[in-house]
Design a protein around this ligand. Structure first.
Ligand code: NAD
Length: 437
């Protein structure tokens, strides 16, 4: 089929490439000329495991362009995968989606199905359909269907090719048939639901996961106080199939492009409709506090960070991505700098983005974990990169000036630190080799 994907970010590009790998002719459209130039050379502008390889293999089915008129003119299906970031009041900013809708209305000449993949508030598909019909220039039938995306960054290609479910949100036969054909070769359960339900499935799923994380983090915090071990607790909980062991890991809170904004957007939508979604509000509040947990822990060892050498391991919001959106490091590193610390950072793929977001001469970027921790007074771990998890923990003692490691992602077992002389404090577990006050 002839498909156009508007927006080539983490969702749009992965969608486009995966559709191309199933034999569709896909035009990937973006407003960012630099990005498009990179993609035209067969390179992915974002870091996502397996994406570049798949892209190169199926370049024959892919076109990259900034020319929306040509991209929309005769497409059978148009996916919208542009961003829906948070506005200052917490609601979703739909201006990018409406811009695409306007361009489609101006240029589509053939009957087509517009598929909203971006995460949008309940009722948006209805409004977009009306908007397109009101502004439509050419005489053709344009349908709008919802097809929310559930991929996770870091595993996006696999999550798309073998999706947990493909939600087809439409109240009409034709767009449903078209989407079934689009996804014919995808090995995943296909679920046909109403458009508003599809929009709600996305928010309800993301917010539930955020809630699960915040719940475990609160349990972890309590574990520290009462002397229980959160890893043992979640292990025991996970055996219950009603709970499950996935997403049951304590840490310094969720980040990324979805959970923070989607929890706020649903909260906003509820209050706009004179409702309150208290569980989600609580999840947000818990997460905001949790992100500062390492700095609070560090205060036990140092009154402030003035002139201290602080090693930061990992700055992305999770491993497997170069995305920094809402990463805990983005809050913590500026606080350290403000307090007068010298900060050294190591991350395998996130440092270029970090430099742009937190420009500071006081930050030194290192090529190895060893160089980062050498001479450090304290080490803070924000991302559970494999390289960090596999690092020989004895080196913290050998290389740091004061071997204090605060691990926000529970990268190591407590046993690994027994007898090392390294003070190791993680989330929801006892501190090993603690310094007596
Ligand atoms: P992104 O910011 O990475 O990418 C958006 C892209 O759209 C950018 O490249 C931008 O230049 C482009 N764009 C903006 N206006 C455009 C226009 N008029 N025409 C063509 N391109 C345009 O966003 P993302 O992370 O891929 O997220 C996209 C949507 O998918 C959001 O609604 C998000 O909530 C949702 N989502 C994201 C994820 C994720 O893990 N990132 C997962 C599921 C759902």
């Amino acid at each position: 089929m002839k498909i156009t994907v508007a927006g080539t970010g983490y969702v749009g590009l992965v969608t486009g490439v995966c559709l191309a790998s199933k034999g569709h002719q896909v035009t990937c459209l973006d407003v960012d000329e630099e990005k498009v130039k990179v993609m035209q050379k067969g390179k992915s502008p974002i870091y996502e495991p397996g994406l570049s390889e798949l892209m190169q293999e199926y370049m024959g089915n892919l076109t990259f362009t900034t020319d929306y008129a040509n991209a929309y003119k005769d497409a059978e299906v148009i996916f919208i995968g542009v961003g829906t970031p948070e506005k200052s009041d917490g609601s979703a900013n739909l201006s990018y989606v409406y811009q695409v809708a306007k361009q489609i209305a101006q240029t589509a000449e053939k009957d087509c199905v517009v598929v909203l993949k971006s995460t949008v508030p309940i009722g948006t598909n209805d409004k977009i359909e009306q908007y397109i019909h009101d502004k439509q220039v050419h005489k053709c039938k344009i349908y709008v269907a919802s097809n929310p995306e559930f991929l996770a960054q870091g595993t996006a290609v696999r999550d798309t090719l073998y999706a947990s479910r493909i939600v087809i949100g439409t109240d009409e036969e034709y767009p449903a048939e078209v989407l079934v054909r689009v996804y014919e070769k995808f090995d995943a359960p296909k679920l046909k639901v109403g458009r508003r339900s599809a929009e709600m499935i996305k928010y309800a799923s993301n917010d539930f996961l955020a809630l699960k994380i915040s719940y475990v983090n609160e349990i972890a915090n309590l574990c520290e106080t009462v002397g229980a071990d959160v890893e043992e607790v979640t292990l025991g909980m996970g055996y219950d199939k009603r709970i499950g062991d996935y997403f049951l890991h304590a840490g310094i809170g969720y980040g990324g492009s979805c959970f923070p904004k989607d929890t706020k957007a649903l909260s906003w939508l509820a209050s706009f409709n004179d409702k309150e979604i208290r569980t989600v509000k609580a999840a947000i509040e818990v997460n905001d506090n949790q992100k500062l947990k390492l700095i609070k822990k560090a205060k036990k060892y140092y009154e402030d960070f003035l002139f201290l050498n602080v090693a930061v391991l990992g700055c992305t919001f999770k491993p497997g991505t170069d995305d920094l959106r809402e990463a805990p490091s983005l809050i913590n590193v500026p606080l350290l700098l403000e307090d007068g610390a010298h900060v050294r950072i190591w991350d395998p793929v996130g440092t270029e983005n970090f430099k742009k977001q937190v420009p500071s001469e006081k930050i030194q970027y290192c090529q190895s974990i060893e160089d980062t921790i050498r001479g450090a007074d304290i080490c803070l771990i924000f991302t559970e990169w494999e390289e960090i998890c596999n690092f020989d923990v004895n080196k913290y003692k050998q290389l740091m000036k004061h071997p204090i490691v605060l691990d926000g992602r529970n990268c190591y077992t407590l046993d690994q630190f027994e007898g090392t002389g390294v003070t190791y404090s993680s989330i929801g577990r006892k501190t090993v080799n603690d310094i007596e006050e």
